[in-house]
Design a protein around this ligand. Structure first.
Ligand SMILES: [Zn+2]
Length: 140
């Protein structure tokens, strides 16, 4: 996104927020992967790809840019969970190594996908609530 587009998006987002004083809870919208304004429409088209707009209230999702935030949080949370789980399983159950390969090889990508989806939806809802965007000089 270039600076001119970012400034226009911030202005449109601020105008949208002024027209619609209410918004869904960012945590609830994130957990359910729903629209940050109405909390009803689906946010994702498939997987982690966003829809163009909310099918319920018509909010344009062009402002949504979670960047690398979901990946950073997912890496930290998932690293803690998977490493802790692997250590716990190893020291409590002493399974053969193939159990670790199968268990964590299947569980890690599944948890990563679910976590990325929730975190991306939550960060977009927080972005909408706080009208976050690229910095501007305020000269326009
Ligand atoms: Zn909506």
């Amino acid at each position: 996104m270039n600076a001119a587009t970012g400034a226009r998006d911030n202005g449109a987002l601020a105008q949208d927020m002024a027209q619609h004083a209410t918004h869904a809870s960012p945590i609830a919208a994130g957990l359910k992967a729903r629209c940050p304004r109405c909390g009803g429409g689906a946010l994702f088209r498939s997987g982690l790809a966003l829809r163009d707009k909310c099918e319920r209230c018509g909010l344009d999702y062009a402002f949504a840019d979670a960047g690398d935030g979901p990946a950073v949080f997912a890496i930290l949370i998932l690293g803690f969970l998977v490493l802790g789980g692997a250590l716990l399983v190893e020291f409590r159950l002493h399974p053969p190594i193939w159990v670790h390969v199968v268990l964590w090889g299947l569980l890690t990508p599944l948890l990563a996908f679910l976590l990325l989806r929730v975190l991306k939806a939550t960060l977009i809802a927080l972005q909408y609530k706080h009208q976050a965007g690229e910095g501007r000089l305020g000269l326009d």
